[in-house]
Structure formats: structure tokens, C-alpha cells
Design a protein around this ligand. Structure first.
Ligand SMILES: Cc1ncc(COP(=O)(O)O)c(C=O)c1O
Length: 1002
């Protein structure tokens, strides 16, 4: 043991194996092991104050007596009734030494930002701690009063240590603090921990579930103060570097409030106090750094606090309403009164457009209902101007709904993050009244003009007026009128009185209303907090609970019942229940939290609230979801006819021509079917007919489809419980996995070693008196784990199979048609020419069509049997769609894109592998990629739980990927071929967060 002076303590507490020093400059901390678990030995600074240590010990004991399951340090008694003893250190100085049981977990500050559930739990624990300390009396105060948040004003005279804009920022924070100080000073006080910073909170990160708060430590800064200071201090650090600090803070405060209800007054103080605490932190460290101008540590340690203070995405004005809403209180004291008053007056308001609105048609632009806009990232001008026509509404007068998630808000201003799949504002917070341009707009009740202006941006309001009203009880609220004619709005003066029923503006035409079909956007706001100058008219679905309270349904002001204009969203809970009732349990849903998708566009999908997701998983929409060209040919053919291959038609011939042009010349005869499974069934029949044999050789873990015959050759299925196992006519060889298989990358002859297993398989067939029909393999095994066999593998296999009279079948369902970038088919990479090629999934871009292409000789042997016919296979519609898919791959240069994006992803994932040891292997070609997770790079033990964690967390972060491999530990990335550079960046950025979570949970 290095610290010999602690030997006595170590012996006394049964510590074996020495003491490992932890952080701490003056007070020293050590970790040691005992037979009953790890302990922390704390050696206080020389000449420490015994009363302070006694007080900490007493407070912990007190709190644990009040709430025994609080995660507080368990102290080990020293001698007498004390928890500490004096020990002389190496310099002969006396230190108080005390010992406590160690916690599992790591400091929150190391674990990184936590999801709302963990912050809520932390809030709840903070509340429990405050309750447990409520009647503990602090007598010895810490020397550093600078951390007493009620006295934080001490930083004011030191503002000049900060530069320019930061000085002004902190001055503003101090002013806000001074404004709340009188309220703060009047709040009741109690003993509080006073320093629940992110290194005094321990968390135990876990895979597949939120981290657990495992410890609250270091009671050395306890003081007597208002509990809002406790909350503000803990929250300030817990939300640092959070992607949405505002919702994180709301989760924390709501967690506290559930355990120990806060008053509206207290809630109102929290955000100014959070900011003040961080201001104290940066000012204090700047002062301390004065003597060390070149010390980079100061800048580094201050950075997260500055990032939070300077975060432009945080709406401080809205924070009070947000926190009140999270705690289940009305957004302002008056909100409830105003809403009740308006509801009671329903029917007596002046008609806003001069006529009754009941009975008008109600149109829906909802994600579930409308296909406007066709491209959810770009509303076309003609779509915006003809919304009603687009919905099939013939009347000029109609109503648009409140609370409706819409995809029409495509401008960047509605997006909240960097990527196309970032949060975006979709939910309409107003009622729309569509009516002819020029219709006079009237005030439903008396008010005065709070704002009148003309906003000229595309898809903005055009002319917009906000009126301020007052209820008889004196409560103020506002109404907004958007999409008005420019001139009328411009003539109004701020403060101008408008009488009930007075026409104060006119509806604008598309030329002046932001480009929309003429309509009134009519919105109510119960508070102006957070409305800012912009007055958001649509809300982020993740923030809807809050905005619904700020801007409730204004139907009453239009003399309409609420439900006539209230959007009814799909009930996802009912949908799930219905699915469980109607479908078999082994028809699996993806993700722990299933997701409903209603729209798609290229490589993005949209859920029921219009949230976009990056689809990095689906290979069926090969050229992208909802491709307009696919839609166009499908509609065109459906308008003509759709029939089978028993009649002549140019479409199947056109497809056959296109496919064979891509294949080696001897592959010249096509069969069209309606799935990959049906294609493989047919491939087996062809091989058997041509070879005269029956037996099949195939690699382990393969998948070829869900039909009886396809399952017989799919070890991935037949080796599962209750599947009957391998049929005697099937011979399995190892999958040529050179990462974890029998022969690995360090073996130059691994391809040959794997291929030689065919010899054994053929011998087994001979031994049972059989004859080989052929070999079937996914060219690059997919469910087996996104495996790229070593070069030369298939050539050596084919040689052996052919020598035995067998047929070589390449299942290109996953790998064909350009996904691999430089290779149109996977077998090209292996330099072989199969006898039969099987195609499926991507061929119809979601429309069911598969294909089998073979040689003339094989087809002729097959034709000696009965007629071949597949009812749906090769219908005119299917063939036109498939031809269009092939043309799009070509014309949009999607193979080149697959190569470029695939290379970027591979390079990025290899960088991640350098930082995160859980990444065992990164592999793939083009957009057929795998990321294999392991718990140990030596043993390659599969990290199955980690892969599940990452897949589900990516879903939370709006990215879809899959999971494959015999141990389900390989992340499968296989997006539509349209993904772009930004999407790749998003995948890598989010993957990094998930991998970090995996590492901290080890
Ligand atoms: C390689 C391979 N072959 C065949 C199939 C079966 O195709 P389908 O589901 O269209 O019947 C699949 C499906 O996942 C596959 O991945």
C-alpha cells in the first residue's frame, strides 16, 4: 500500500488488496475492498473541523432513519460512538479518517446526460432527501458562503472578470435574480444538502432500461436554505449538455413535485435560480483562474455551463409555464379562469367571419388523413394554394382542425434540429376557417391591438393581428388572426380599441398571405409567456402537452363545440391491443416501444404525430418510400388493367429484358413470382429438375423464406425450437464468417478452408445414397450477421458443387439491384456466375414481386414437367413497377450513391470502433452494413443486450436499424439507396451516443 499511514485503518476495517486513491485535492479519498464489498476511505484535510464531519455523519444517520431506502452513504463506526478517527498522515499531520460503503455506479457527470425518466427519478430522490432532512438542524456552517444560492448576489461586483457579451448575459441573470430575491427571502428554510452537483450524484447505467440513481454523497456543504435552492443546484448540473435542457428540467421538477408538492411561487423561482447557480460557477472559476491565465482546465470546466447559459434553443420566457405544466398546474394563475369564462360565453361571441360556422365541412390535413404534401420536406406552392381541392373539398368555406399533426409545415423554420429527422413542429394550435380572400375579419369580443404587421416569408402569416382582451374578472388573454390582407393589417395601430364584431382586417389572397389558400388562422393564447414575437402557430409533438395548455382549442370563441374542430389522433394503444387480438403472437413488432408509421418519403418515415424518422433499415423501398414515379406507373397501369402471364403483354417482356441485360449472358430465362420465398421454392424445383438430384448444400444460419420448402433450407428457421430440425436431404456447412467463425482473417486460406466443407457435405449425401441437386446461399449472408465471405469463397464452392453435378443458386434477395454500390449483384464481388439467380424484396420497391433467372438448359429441363404458373407473379402491374425500379436506380445513380454513402458509414463506424471497445467488427459493402458488438474483443463474446439497447435507443433518437446474427448482436444498417451525407452524419452522431451508453453500463 502506497499510503502506509492508512495501514491501521485498512486492518481495522478488513480491507485487503490495498487502497486506490480517488480524486480530491485536500480531502483524500480511497477505494478499498473488504469481504463485504468495496468501501471508501475518506481522509479529511489536516486540521479539519471535527464538528463538520460529525454533522455530516449525524445528517446522514438522521436522513436514513427518516427514509431508510434513500441511496445515502452507509457509514462504518470507528471507535466509541464516532464514525471517524484521527490518523497521522505521511507528513505527521492529523487527519480525520472515516469509512463508508462504496456505491455501485459512476458520477452522473461521467455518465453524461440522462433521459427524462432518470431525471424524474433524481427529482424524486432530491425531494425525499429534503423531506428526510427537514427537521435536522445544521449548527456548523461550511466556510464557503459563496455556494449559498440565496447570497449569490456576491458575484455582481466581479462582473468585470467576464468579457463583452458574457458580461451582459450574466448581468441579466443577476438582474433576474435580484427581482426574485424578495420572494426567495420569504420562503421557509430547512436543512438542504446544498451541493447535489453531478459529481455528488452516482448513477448505475444499465442496458435496455434507464440508469438507476445509486448514490447521493458529500454532505459537506449542508446549509439552511429554501428547498428551491436544492432543486436549482441539482437541476443545473443534471441538465448540462442535455439536448433539450428545458424538457429535462421539467422532468426533474415534476419528479420532485410528485413526492413533495411545490407551490406555483416556488416553481416560478427555479429557472432564474438555475441560471444564477451557473453564473456563480462561471464567475467563481474565472476569478480563481485569474492567477492561471494559461490553464486550459478552467475553460474546459466552464464550457458546459456556458453552453447551457448561451443555448439559443432554450425559451426562458416559456420556462415558468413549462414547469407549472409539468407539475400539473395551470400555465398561469389566471389560465383556468379565462378558459372557463370563454367556454361559458360560447354562442355569444360576434361571428369572426360575419356568419355562423357550424355545419361547414371539416377537412383534415392530418398525417393520417392527407397526402398533402406529397413530399413532407417540401410543400409545393400549388399544393399550398389548393389545400381544399387536394382534399376533395368542393366548398370555398371549410374548417381546418385544432391539434392536428400536419406535414405541410416544411420550411426550415419549423425544424428544431440539424437533420431532416430532427424534431419538427407539426401540431396545429389554431382553428382554420377557409373562406374567400377579401372576407372581412371581425373581433369576437372587444379588445385592443397588441400587434399588427405583415410577414412576407413564404408559408408565413402574411398579414397578422393579435388582439388583447380582458375578462370581466380582469384577466388578460390574446387572440391571433393570421393570413390577412397586407394593407388592412398595416393600418392598425398598436393599442387601438376594436369593438366586438368590428371588422378590423380582411382575409388575404395567396399572393399576400404567405402563399396559402385563403383562410383565417385563429388562435387563442392564455399567456404571452413564451409566445415571443413569433407566436408559434404549430407545436412540436413532444411539447404538445405544454402548448395545448398555453394555446387551447379556440372553438368557443368561434361559437363552435370543441369537438367539431378537435383532431382525433389515431389511438396507438387501441391499435396495439387490436393487433394483439387479431394477429398471432409470433408476428413480431419491432422495438420495445412499437412505432406507428403513416407516411414515408425517400429514406424517412413519419409517425402518427408527424415525427420524422431516418429509415436506415428497410431495403424493400429500394429507391425510397413513396417514390412519385412508382406511384405514377402503378396508377397508370391500374387505370388500364392488371392481369397475369397467360396473355401477351409488353410489361413482363420489358422487365425480363432489363433484368437479363444486367446478368451474365447465359442467364437468359426469367420466371416472375410474388415473393422471395416463392422464388426460392421455384429455384429448388429448377435445380432438382436440371440435376436429377434432390439434396441441397447450404451454409448455416441462412434464410431463404417462410414457405415449407424455403424453411427446410433455412437453418436460421429450422434449427429453432419446435421446427423439426434439419431434413436428411439438407447438408449444412459453416457460414463463411471470417470474424468469429472457425477460420479467421489472419488465415490467408480461409476461403478455401470454408469451401472445402462442401467436400464433407457431398460425401454425406453420397453416404446416404442421395444425389446433390445444388448449393444455395445468400451471396452475403444477412440474417447470419451481414457477412461478407472472403474472396474466392464462392468460386471454390461452385467448382465442387458443379463437379458433383449440382446447380449453383445465388439468393440475391438482399444483395441485388445496386445496393452494394460497385457491384450490381453480390456474386460479381465473388467473381462467379451462378446457374440460378433469385431476386425479391427491392425489386418492387414494396410491391410484391420476385424473380428467378436461369439458363436456357435448366429452364428446358424444367419445362419437361407440368405447366408452371403463378397467379400474381409477373402481373402487368408488378412488372411495370419493377421495370421502373430498375430505371430509377440507373437514372438517379443510386448505386454510386450507395457506394459513396456506404464508404462514409464504414469509415465513420471504424472511427467509432477506435473509441468504443464494444465494437468488435465493422463490415459490409455499399449500403449492406453490419456493426458487431462484443463484450470482449479477445473472446468475441457477443454483446446481445448491448445491441438491443443500441437498436432501441436509436429508435428513440429517430433512427431505424435492425439486429441480426445467431446471437442477435450485429446491428444491421441497410437503408433505402437514397440516403445522403447528412443522414450518414446523423447515424454516426447518434451511434456514438448509444455506444457511449453501452460502455458506461459495462
Ligand atoms: C435472403 C432472403 N431470401 C429470401 C427471403 C424471403 O423473401 P420473402 O419474405 O419475400 O418471401 C428473404 C426475406 O427476408 C431473404 O432475406
Amino acid at each position: 500500500m502506497e499510503h502506509v499511514w492508512l495501514r491501521g485503518v485498512a486492518e481495522q476495517f478488513g480491507i485487503d488488496g490495498g487502497l486506490r486513491q480517488l480524486g480530491g485535492e485536500y480531502d483524500l479519498n480511497f477505494r478499498g475492498q473488504t469481504s463485504e464489498g468495496d468501501v471508501i476511505v475518506k481522509a479529511m484535510r489536516p486540521q479539519g473541523e471535527p464538528a463538520l464531519v460529525d454533522q455530516q455523519c449525524a445528517a446522514i444517520s438522521h436522513a436514513l432513519a427518516a427514509d431508510p431506502t434513500l441511496p445515502l452513504p452507509r457509514l462504518l463506526p470507528a471507535a466509541g460512538n464516532r464514525f471517524w478517527q484521527n490518523v497521522a498522515d505521511a507528513q505527521g499531520q492529523q487527519r480525520m479518517v472515516w469509512v463508508q460503503r462504496a456505491f455501485k455506479g459512476i458520477p452522473l457527470g461521467e455518465a453524461g446526460p440522462q433521459p427524462p425518466a432518470v431525471l424524474a427519478e433524481l427529482g424524486a430522490l432530491t425531494a425525499r432527501l429534503d423531506l428526510a432532512l427537514r427537521d435536522f438542524k445544521v449548527t456548523a456552517a461550511p466556510d464557503a458562503a459563496k455556494w449559498d444560492l440565496t447570497e449569490a448576489g456576491w458575484i455582481k461586483p466581479h462582473l468585470d472578470v467576464l468579457e463583452g457579451s458574457r458580461r451582459a448575459l450574466v448581468a441579466g441573470i443577476i438582474a433576474a435574480f435580484e427581482a426574485i430575491k424578495p420572494v426567495l427571502d420569504k420562503l421557509p428554510r430547512q436543512t438542504i444538502h446544498n451541493d447535489l452537483n453531478d459529481f455528488n450524484i452516482l448513477v448505475e447505467p444499465r442496458l435496455g432500461e434507464p440508469a438507476r440513481i445509486s448514490g447521493l454523497i458529500d454532505f459537506g456543504d449542508m446549509t439552511n436554505g429554501p428547498r428551491v435552492c436544492e432543486i436549482a443546484i441539482a437541476a443545473a448540473y443534471a441538465i448540462l449538455d442535455h439536448e433539450t435542457p428545458d424538457t429535462a428540467l421539467a422532468a426533474f421538477v415534476a419528479g420532485y413535485h410528485v413526492v413533495s408538492p411545490l407551490s406555483a411561487e416556488e416553481i416560478g423561482l427555479i429557472w432564474p435560480l438555475v441560471r444564477m447557480r451557473l453564473a456563480v460557477s462561471v464567475v467563481n472559476s474565472t476569478i480563481e483562474a485569474k492567477g492561471r491565465p494559461d490553464d486550459p482546465y478552467v475553460t474546459i470546466s466552464q464550457a458546459p455551463a456556458w453552453r447551457l447559459l448561451e443555448n439559443p434553443a432554450i425559451d426562458g420566457e416559456l420556462m415558468g409555464a413549462r414547469l407549472r405544466n409539468a407539475c400539473g398546474l395551470p400555465v398561469t394563475d389566471a389560465a383556468g379562469r379565462i378558459a372557463s369564462w370563454i367556454a361559458a360565453q360560447r354562442g355569444s361571441f360576434a361571428p369572426v367571419l360575419g356568419r355562423a360556422l357550424d355545419g361547414l365541412p371539416v377537412g383534415s390535413l392530418g398525417v393520417a388523413e392527407a397526402t398533402i404534401p406529397q413530399n413532407p420536406f417540401e410543400l409545393r406552392a400549388d399544393e399550398a394554394r389548393n389545400l381544399g381541392t387536394g382534399l376533395g373539398i368542393t366548398s370555398e368555406w371549410w374548417l381546418g382542425q385544432y391539434g392536428e399533426p400536419r406535414l405541410v409545415y416544411t420550411d426550415k423554420a419549423f425544424r428544431k434540429g440539424r437533420w431532416l429527422a430532427s424534431n419538427r413542429r407539426t401540431i396545429h394550435m389554431a382553428v382554420d376557417v377557409f373562406a374567400p380572400a377579401g372576407e372581412p375579419v371581425r373581433a369576437p369580443l372587444a379588445g385592443k391591438v397588441a400587434l399588427a404587421e405583415n410577414r412576407t416569408g413564404h408559408l408565413d402569416y402574411g398579414g397578422v393581428v393579435i388582439l388583447e382582451h380582458r375578462t370581466p374578472a380582469g384577466d388578460v388573454f390574446h387572440t391571433l388572426y393570421g393570413h390577412l390582407a397586407a394593407d388592412g393589417a398595416a393600418q392598425l395601430k398598436q393599442g387601438q380599441e376594436i369593438a366586438a364584431g368590428e371588422a378590423f382586417a380582411k382575409l388575404g389572397s395567396a399572393e399576400e398571405n404567405g402563399g396559402w389558400e385563403p383562410h383565417l388562422h385563429f388562435q387563442l393564447a392564455l399567456t404571452l409567456d413564451g409566445m415571443g414575437h413569433d407566436w408559434p402557430g404549430v407545436a412540436d409533438p413532444d411539447d404538445w402537452a405544454l402548448w395545448q395548455a398555453v394555446c387551447p382549442n379556440p372553438a368557443a370563441l368561434l361559437n363552435l363545440p370543441d369537438d367539431v374542430v378537435a383532431y382525433q389522433a389515431i389511438d396507438e394503444v387501441a391499435l396495439l391491443a387490436e393487433r394483439k387480438a387479431r394477429f398471432g403472437a409470433n408476428l413480431k413488432l419491432s422495438y420495445k416501444r412499437p412505432v406507428t408509421f403513416l407516411r414515408g418519403w425517400r429514406h424517412h418515415l413519419f409517425d402518427a404525430m408527424g415525427r420524422p424518422y431516418l429509415d436506415a433499415y428497410n431495403n424493400v423501398p429500394h429507391v425510397g418510400h413513396a417514390h412519385p414515379r412508382i406511384r405514377k406507373v402503378a396508377m397508370d397501369q391500374l387505370a388500364r388493367m392488371n392481369s397475369n402471364t397467360r396473355y401477351l403483354h409488353p410489361a413482363p417482356m420489358g422487365l425480363a429484358e432489363r433484368l437479363t441485360a444486367k446478368l451474365p449472358e447465359e442467364l437468359e430465362v426469367c420466371f416472375f413470382v410474388n415473393s422471395g420465398s416463392e422464388a426460392n421454392e421455384l429455384a429448388l424445383r429448377l435445380a432438382r429438375a436440371a440435376s436429377g438430384g434432390y439434396d441441397i448444400v447450404t451454409p448455416d444460419h441462412g434464410y431463404h423464406g417462410n414457405t415449407t420448402g424455403a424453411i427446410d433450407i433455412s437453418a436460421y428457421k429450422f434449427n429453432k425450437p419446435n421446427m423439426g430440425g434439419r431434413k436428411p436431404w439438407v447438408q449444412l456447412i459453416d457460414v463463411a464468417d471470417d470474424y468469429r467463425g472457425r477460420f479467421r482473417r489472419d488465415d490467408a486460406d480461409r476461403a478455401l478452408h470454408y469451401a472445402r466443407q462442401v467436400d464433407g457435405a457431398l460425401a454425406a449425401i453420397a453416404a446416404r445414397g442421395g444425389k446433390v441437386a445444388g448449393f444455395i446461399a445468400e451471396t452475403f449472408p444477412s440474417v447470419g450477421g451481414q457477412i461478407i465471405p472472403p474472396p474466392g469463397y464462392l468460386a471454390a464452392v461452385y467448382e465442387r458443387i458443379r463437379a458433383a453435378g449440382g446447380i449453383c443458386i445465388a439468393d440475391e434477395v438482399q444483395t441485388g439491384l445496386g445496393r452494394l454500390g460497385e457491384y450490381y449483384f453480390g456474386f460479381e464481388q465473388q467473381n462467379v456466375r451462378p446457374d440460378i439467380v433469385v431476386l425479391g424484396k427491392p425489386l418492387g420497391n414494396g410491391h410484391p414481386i420476385g424473380a428467378v433467372i436461369t439458363t436456357r438448359a435448366i429452364a428446358e429441363r424444367f419445362a419437361e414437367g407440368p405447366e408452371y404458373f403463378s397467379t400474381f407473379g409477373g402481373s402487368n402491374l408488378s412488372c411495370r413497377i419493377a421495370s421502373e425500379v430498375l430505371d430509377i436506380v440507373e437514372e438517379e445513380e443510386l448505386s454510386a450513391n450507395a457506394k459513396e454513402m456506404g464508404d462514409k458509414l464504414l469509415a465513420g463506424m471504424r472511427e467509432l470502433a477506435k473509441d468504443y471497445p464494444c465494437v468488435g467488427d465493422v463490415r459490409g459493402i455499399g449500403l449492406f452494413l453490419g456493426l458487431e458488438l462484443v463484450t470482449d474483443r479477445e473472446t468475441l463474446a457477443p454483446a446481445t443486450d448491448a445491441a438491443s439497447h443500441v437498436m432501441n435507443r436509436l429508435r428513440d433518437m429517430r433512427i431505424l436499424v435492425g439486429r441480426e446474427g445467431p446471437a442477435d448482436n450485429i446491428l444491421k444498417i441497410r437503408p433505402p439507396l437514397t440516403v445522403g451525407g447528412d443522414d450518414v452524419e446523423m447515424i454516426l452522431d447518434r451511434l456514438r451516443i448509444c455506444l457511449r451508453e453501452v460502455e458506461t453500463a459495462r
